[in-house]
Design a binder for this molecule. Structure first.
Ligand code: GLP
Length: 261
C-alpha cells in the first residue's frame, strides 16, 4: 500500500486525477471503477478541466460504478446515477452506453448482480478503481462484517451510513435501506485501487485500514492484501497514522518516473 499525504483535499484530488488520466491516456480500452460520495468530487472536477483544457478524451473508456440504491429511479436527485451525471458524465465525451451503474430497479436482483460482474469481466476487468472510505471503514457499501470474497449483491445499509448519505434526500429517513454494491472480492480484482480519504472524521478508519489488523470489522483493511493500492489522504485524515513520517519520506524520495506530478 502506498500512502501519499497531501495538504488539502484539492491537492490530493489533483494528484488523483493525474493518476486516472495516465490510465485513460495509456490503455487502449481503459476501464475505470468509479465512486460517489463527496471525497472524489474535486477529482471529477479536475478530470473535466483536463478534458476541456488539455484534450483528455474518454471516448474509449468504460466505467463501472461501485454501487447504487435499491428502488430509486435513476433520475432521482439522490441516485448515484444522478451524482455521476452531474459531476462527471455530462461534462465529458464518455459514451453513455459504456457508463455502467448497478440498476437499483432491477426486477431480478441476483441475476442483475451476476450480469454486472459479467460485464466488468467482458470489458477486460477494472484497470483503476476509485474508492472513498466510510468512517466505519466501509468500501463502496460493504459494511463491517462483509465477506472478503463477496461479489456484487444487495446489502442493507446501517443507520449511520444512511445518515452520512442523507444530503440529497433531505433527511436520513428518506435514504433507501438497501443498495446494490460491488463486493470486496470484486474490488480486489481491480488491477489498481486509488482510495481517497479526507478530514478528521476519516482519521480512525484510515489508521485501521493502513496500520490495523486485516479484519472484516474494517472492510478497507483488506486492501493491505491488494497488489497495487494508492491511498491519498489530507493531513487531517492522516493525523492518526503512526508511520506518517515514513510515508512522507518515501513519497518525497520517489524517482521522477514513478511520480505523477
Ligand atoms: C458512501 C459510498 C462510499 C463512499 C462513502 C464515503 O457510503 N457508498 O463509496 O466511500 O460514502 O463518502 P464521502 O466521500 O462522502 O465521505
Amino acid at each position: 500500500m502506498e500512502v501519499i499525504i497531501k495538504a488539502t483535499q484539492e491537492e490530493a484530488c489533483r494528484l488523483g486525477a493525474r493518476i486516472v488520466a495516465e490510465v485513460v491516456r495509456t490503455r487502449p480500452h481503459p476501464v475505470l471503477g468509479l465512486a460517489t460520495g463527496s471525497s472524489p468530487l474535486p477529482l471529477y472536477r479536475e478530470l473535466v478541466r483536463l478534458h476541456r483544457e488539455e484534450g483528455l478524451s474518454f471516448a474509449h473508456v468504460s466505467t463501472f460504478n461501485l454501487d447504487e440504491y435499491v428502488g430509486l429511479d435513476p433520475a432521482h436527485p439522490g441516485s448515484f446515477r444522478t451524482c455521476m451525471e452531474e459531476n462527471l458524465f455530462r461534462h465529458i465525451d464518455l459514451p453513455r452506453d459504456r457508463a455502467h451503474l448497478p440498476d437499483g430497479l432491477a426486477k431480478d436482483i441476483p441475476g442483475h448482480c451476476a450480469e454486472y460482474e459479467r460485464m466488468i469481466a467482458a470489458a477486460g476487468g477494472i484497470d483503476l478503481q476509485l474508492l472513498g472510505i466510510g468512517s466505519d471503514g466501509h468500501l463502496a457499501f460493504n459494511e463491517p462484517s462483509s465477506s472478503f470474497r463477496s461479489r456484487t449483491r444487495i446489502k442493507t445499509l446501517w443507520t449511520e451510513t444512511r445518515r452520512a448519505n442523507a444530503g440529497p434526500f433531505g433527511s436520513p429517513e428518506k435514504v433507501p435501506h438497501h443498495c446494490l454494491t460491488m463486493g470486496l472480492g470484486t474490488i480486489m480484482d481491480a488491477r489498481r485501487c486509488l482510495l481517497l480519504g479526507f478530514g478528521r472524521g476519516k482519521a480512525q478508519a484510515v489508521r485501521d485500514m493502513v496500520e490495523g489488523p486485516v479484519t472484516a470489522s474494517c472492510p478497507a483493511s483488506l486492501l493491505q492484501f491488494h497488489e497495487h493500492t494508492i491511498v491519498v489522504v489530507d493531513e487531517e485524515a492522516a493525523s492518526l497514522l503512526q508511520h506518517r513520517d515514513y510515508y512522507r519520506e518515501v513519497y518525497a524520495g520517489k524517482p521522477d518516473w514513478q511520480r505523477w506530478e
